[in-house]
Ligand binder design. Structure first.
Ligand code: ADP
Length: 558
C-alpha cells in the first residue's frame, strides 16, 4: 500500500481564540458597544476585549477550572458575555450558555446535567440564581457580572466578575488546542421532554463562522455595524459573536431592553447596518416605527429566523423601509445555520413576484450543510416544491450525538431535524411545520405555518397560531387562534373569507378563536403543544355538522 502524499501546509488548529486574536490584531480599534444593565452605554475595542478575555481565562484558571470543564453564563448580550465567549474556550474549558427564560426547574436540570463548575450571571438574574443555587450543589461558585459596588443583595454567596478580572494582568498566550476539543455547550429549549445538549467543537464553531460570513449567507463585513438582537444565550446568537471578529464588523449589544424604542434608538445612535432576530422582536420594532412615524437611517439588512418570517413582515421591511430581509433556517443542533434566502443572479432576473415568493421560503443551504427530504419509508422525495417530507441534514457543524447521551440520533449518517419541508427546483427549502405540529386532514398534510402567514397579513391580526383540532371525519382539521391588533376589529367570518383564493379550499381553517395572548417558548416561538392542550376540548362547528354522516363519530365500527 502506498502512503498518501500529505499536503505541506501549516497545521494551524481552528480555535475560537484565533477569531478574537485576529480582530484584536487587525481590527484593534473597531468598537464593541454595549447597553449595560447598569443603565449606561459602554464602549471599548476588540483590542480591549481580547485583553479582558485573557484576564478572565487567567481568573478561571486561578479558580481551578480545568480544560474540558463547563463554565455557564446566564446573561444578556453584552461585552462581558463576549469576554466569557472567548475567555472560557480560549484555554480549553467549555462556555455553556443558558437561556434564562426557561423555567427555573429546567435551568437547574441543565446546570446539573452539564455539571457546570461556575456560573457567570447578569445581576438581573440574582433572584433566579438564589432559586437555582440550592438545587445545584455541585456548582463551585456563582460569579456576578458586576463590580463589587454593584453586587446585588442575595442569599447565595457570590463573587464579583470585575474583582476577579482586575486581579489578573492579561499577560497570557492562548494555548494551541486540538481543534476537535469542545468549545460551547447549548441546550435545546426542550419544548418536549428535557432539554438536550449540543456540544460544539472549536473546529465546528470556526467553520460555521466562516460559512456564516459568506456573502450569500449572513454576509457580514468590516463595513458593518452589527446589532444581534438574537440572544447570546440562544445558539451562540446565530454565530454573530464569531463572524463579527472574523470579518472585523463593529458589534452593538442591546443588553436587556429589547422593546422597539430601545432597539431603534441604539440602532440609530450606533449607525447599525445589520441586525438579526426572531420575528416576535421585529413585530415590536415595526410597531414602534409605525407609531412614532420614524425610519431607519442606516439599517440595510436583517436576518430573520428561529421561526418562519411572515411574508407580511418581509414586505414591510423591504417595501416600506428598504431593508433587505435574509430569511434563515437552522437549529441548535446545527450551530445553527442551515439555509438562507439569498437569490442567485438568474433568480434575481425573474419577476418581482417570483423573487418575493423565493425570499419567503427558508432558502438555499450554505456550503457545510447538505439536506434531503424523505418520506415515511425513508426514501428520498423529489425536489419539486410539492412533496412534503422529513428534513434530514449533515455537515461538519451538525451534531453527531447529544451531550452525555449514548444513543445516536442519526439515521444513515443524517440528522433528522424534526421539521417537515418541501425543496423546489431552485433547491430552495420551505419549512411547512415541525413534524409534531403538522395538521393531518384526511391523511393529507396542511401546513400550519402557511395558514398563520395568511392570517398575519390581515391588518387586524397581531399574531396567529394554527393548530390541529380533533375532527370525527377528517381526524384533524385546522383551528386558527388569533390575537387582534389593538384598536382593530375583525370577525370570524371576515377572517375566514380572507383565505379565499389564498390557499387551497380544504386548507381554510374550520374555526377561529380570539384570545388575548398566545403562549410562547423561552425562545419566543409559539408553544403549540400548550395551545393544543388548551383547545383539546374545542368542538369545531364542522365536526357537529359532519357527525351526522360519520359513523366513526358515534363510535360505530366502520
Ligand atoms: P428549539 O427546538 O430548542 O426551539 P431551535 O431554536 O434550535 O430550538 O429551533 C429550531 C427550530 O426552529 C427548527 O427546527 C424549526 O422548526 C424552527 N425554525 C427555525 N428557523 C425557522 C424558519 N426560518 N422558518 C420556520 N421554522 C424555523
Amino acid at each position: 500500500m502506498t502512503t498518501p502524499l500529505l499536503g505541506q501546509m501549516m497545521d494551524v488548529p481552528l480555535t475560537v481564540s484565533s477569531l478574537l486574536a485576529h480582530a484584536a490584531r487587525h481590527f484593534g480599534d473597531t468598537e464593541i458597544v454595549s447597553r449595560r444593565i447598569e443603565g449606561d452605554v459602554h464602549r471599548y475595542t476588540y483590542r480591549d476585549c481580547e485583553k479582558r478575555a485573557k484576564q478572565l481565562a487567567q481568573a478561571l484558571i486561578a479558580l481551578g477550572v480545568e480544560p474540558g470543564e463547563r463554565v455557564a453564563t446566564l446573561a444578556w448580550n453584552g461585552y462581558r458575555h463576549l469576554e466569557a465567549y472567548y475567555g472560557t474556550p480560549g484555554f480549553g474549558a467549555v462556555c455553556h450558555t443558558i437561556n434564562p427564560r426557561l423555567f427555573p426547574d429546567q435551568i437547574a436540570y441543565i446546570v446539573n446535567h452539564a455539571d457546570d463548575a461556575y456560573v457567570l450571571f447578569d445581576t438581573t438574574f440574582a433572584a433566579l440564581v438564589d432559586c437555582l443555587a440550592p438545587q445545584c450543589p455541585k456548582v463551585r461558585g456563582w460569579i456576578a457580572l458586576a463590580d463589587a459596588a454593584h453586587l446585588p443583595k442575595m442569599q447565595t454567596p457570590v463573587l464579583s466578575y470585575e474583582t476577579l478580572v482586575a486581579a489578573q494582568d492579561g499577560n497570557y498566550a492562548w494555548p494551541p488546542l486540538d481543534e476537535r476539543q469542545a468549545s460551547y455547550l447549548c441546550y435545546t429549549s426542550g419544548t418536549t421532554g428535557n432539554p438536550k445538549g449540543a456540544l460544539y467543537s472549536h473546529r465546528s464553531t470556526v467553520l460555521h463562522a466562516f460559512g456564516a460570513s459568506l456573502p450569500d449567507a449572513m454576509s457580514l463585513s468590516a463595513r458593518d455595524s452589527v446589532l444581534p438582537v438574537v440572544p447570546m444565550f440562544h445558539v451562540n446568537a446565530w454565530g454573530i459573536p464569531h463572524a463579527a471578529p472574523l470579518t472585523g464588523a463593529k458589534l452593538v449589544f442591546p443588553g436587556k431592553d429589547l422593546d422597539g424604542k430601545s432597539l431603534y434608538e441604539l440602532m440609530e445612535n450606533e449607525r447599525v447596518t445589520y441586525s438579526a432576530g426572531v420575528p416576535t422582536v421585529w413585530l415590536g420594532l415595526l410597531n414602534y416605527l409605525r407609531e412614532a412615524g420614524v425610519r431607519f437611517s442606516s439599517l440595510n439588512r436583517t436576518v430573520i429566523g428561529g421561526s418562519a418570517c411572515p411574508p407580511a413582515m418581509l414586505r414591510t421591511f423591504q417595501d416600506e423601509y428598504g431593508v433587505e430581509v435574509i430569511h434563515a433556517w437552522g437549529m441548535t443542533e446545527m450551530s445553527p445555520l442551515g439555509t438562507l434566502s439569498k437569490l442567485t443572479w438568474e433568480q434575481s432576473q425573474r419577476s418581482p413576484d417570483e423573487q418575493r415568493k423565493l425570499r419567503e421560503k427558508q432558502g438555499h443551504v450554505l456550503y457545510g450543510v447538505d439536506m434531503k427530504i424523505v418520506g415515511d419509508d425513508g426514501r428520498d422525495l423529489p425536489w419539486d416544491g410539492v412533496a412534503f417530507g422529513d428534513l434530514h441534514v449533515r455537515g461538519p457543524w451538525v451534531i453527531d450525538r447529544y451531550f452525555r447521551k449514548d444513543d445516536s440520533p442519526l439515521v444513515d449518517g443524517w440528522f433528522p431535524t424534526g421539521d417537515v419541508a418541501t425543496i423546489d427546483q431552485d433547491s430552495f427549502l420551505h419549512i411547512t411545520d415541525r413534524s409534531k405540529d403538522v395538521i393531518k386532514s384526511g391523511g393529507e398534510w396542511i401546513s400550519s405555518i402557511d395558514i398563520e402567514n395568511v392570517a398575519i397579513a390581515h391588518p387586524a391580526v397581531a399574531e396567529a397560531a394554527c393548530i390541529a383540532c380533533a375532527h370525527p371525519k377528517w381526524t384533524e382539521r385546522p383551528l386558527l387562534v388569533v390575537v387582534k391588533r389593538a384598536a382593530f376589529d375583525v370577525t370570524r367570518e371576515e377572517l375566514l373569507a380572507f383565505y379565499d383564493g389564498k390557499v387551497a379550499k380544504w386548507w381554510i381553517p374550520d374555526d377561529v378563536v380570539f384570545v388575548d395572548e398566545l403562549p410562547h417558548t423561552a425562545t419566543g416561538k409559539l408553544q403549540k403543544l400548550k395551545l393544543r392542550d388548551l383547545f383539546r376540548d374545542h368542538v369545531l362547528p364542522s365536526a357537529l355538522a359532519d357527525e351526522k354522516d360519520c359513523p366513526l363519530a358515534r363510535g360505530n365500527p366502520v
